[in-house]
Design a protein around this ligand. Structure first.
Ligand SMILES: [Zn+2]
Length: 331
């Protein structure tokens, strides 16, 4: 394991444990191709998997630079805020949330890790709810949509000043695993929710089938930007450690993308072995053939297999819906 930035290995955020067992070694950033190799260790006491050791807060800046926003990310912004597929994903998330609560005009929704505000736009238009968003990435918030009606903040949930605002729903879509202390973030969410409020957490499922098959090539591992790797059990434990008494619904999700993408990452690595840090290219005939084969596999294999894995609880993503108790005791 090596990285060009300072590293740290804090205690487990759920149980405070410091005894860990190695689960994966030699993991690297296959998406943005930043240098360094990392390991995933599992807490002996509670089972939470962590990138360990991990970059310090300053070191993480290096791994985020030019990733989630910045040069060339206009396509990502358009995908999230304007594309039909972006809207479909947002509506799927709203449908999962309805298993606990149907949003309406009386609701105030806070999306943590809101990026360009695509989910908030769909939620507001479809349900009439008020919307707020927070993201650590100033570049995303600068270009976020509907700034006249959505209240945006730059920062970490644990540090941002929100005055006396309280929310009926707080969502974390693919964001909790980026937090340096996910339990502290959930605890702040618990504090910011009205009694009876709903917390929605969607994260990759470290217990899923493709994670076991592809190991360090599994796309949602996204290391070292992902600091924690939840299974359904450890996600529930994190919510309970933050004060949520009831997890009313939990399921693995139909989000068909990771199987073929992970296979593509593995093939690119095995067939080409490019030096770490080099830019990906898609220019040779082999690349084009591979890309077409993967697209074909996507339709005949990925979509059906994800549907089956979701039913088995082994899909690559999961959602938990937790309710804040009506009468709460502050820690
Ligand atoms: Zn632990």
């Amino acid at each position: 394991m090596n990285a060009p930035v300072p590293l740290e290995a804090p205690p487990c955020p759920i149980c405070g444990g410091t005894a860990y067992t190695l689960a994966l070694r030699g993991a690297r950033d296959h998406v943005w191709r930043k240098p360094g190799t990392f390991e995933v260790h599992v807490c002996d006491a509670c089972g939470l998997a962590a990138t360990r050791p991990r970059p310090t807060a300053d070191g993480l800046g290096f791994y985020y630079e030019g990733t989630y926003s910045g040069e060339g990310e206009e396509g990502m912004r358009r995908f999230q805020t304007e594309s039909a597929l972006g809207r479909l994903i947002a509506r799927y998330r709203l449908a999962v949330m309805r298993k606990a609560r149907r949003l309406g005009a009386a609701d105030h929704l806070l999306d943590v890790g809101c990026s360009y505000g695509g989910f908030l736009r769909v939620a507001r238009k479809d349900t009439g709810c008020r919307t707020s968003g927070i993201d650590l990435d100033a570049g995303s918030i600068e270009k976020a949509v509907d700034r006249d009606v959505t209240d945006y903040h730059v920062g970490l949930l644990t540090g941002v000043e929100l005055g006396d605002r309280r929310f009926s729903v707080i969502t974390f879509f693919e964001s909790l695993e980026h937090h340096t202390d996910p339990v502290a973030a959930l605890r702040r969410a618990h504090d910011l929710l009205l009694p009876g409020g709903l917390c929605v957490v969607e994260v990759p499922n470290f217990g899923g089938l493709w994670r076991r098959v592809f190991r360090t090539y599994w796309l949602p591992l996204l290391i070292p930007q992902h600091l924690y790797h939840f299974t359904p059990t450890t996600l529930r434990r994190a919510l309970e450690a933050a004060g949520f008494q009831r997890v009313v619904h939990q399921q693995t999700m139909f989000l068909p993308l990771e199987g073929i993408a992970s296979l593509g990452i593995w093939l690119a690595r095995v067939l080409r072995s490019p030096p770490p840090g080099s830019k990906p290219s898609w220019r040779t005939p082999i690349d084009v053939t591979l890309a077409l084969a993967l697209v074909a596999l996507y339709f005949v294999f990925e979509i059906p297999s994800q549907a089956v894995l979701r039913v088995l609880g082994l899909a690559g993503h999961q959602t938990a819906l937790a309710i804040k108790g009506e009468s709460t005791t502050q820690a």
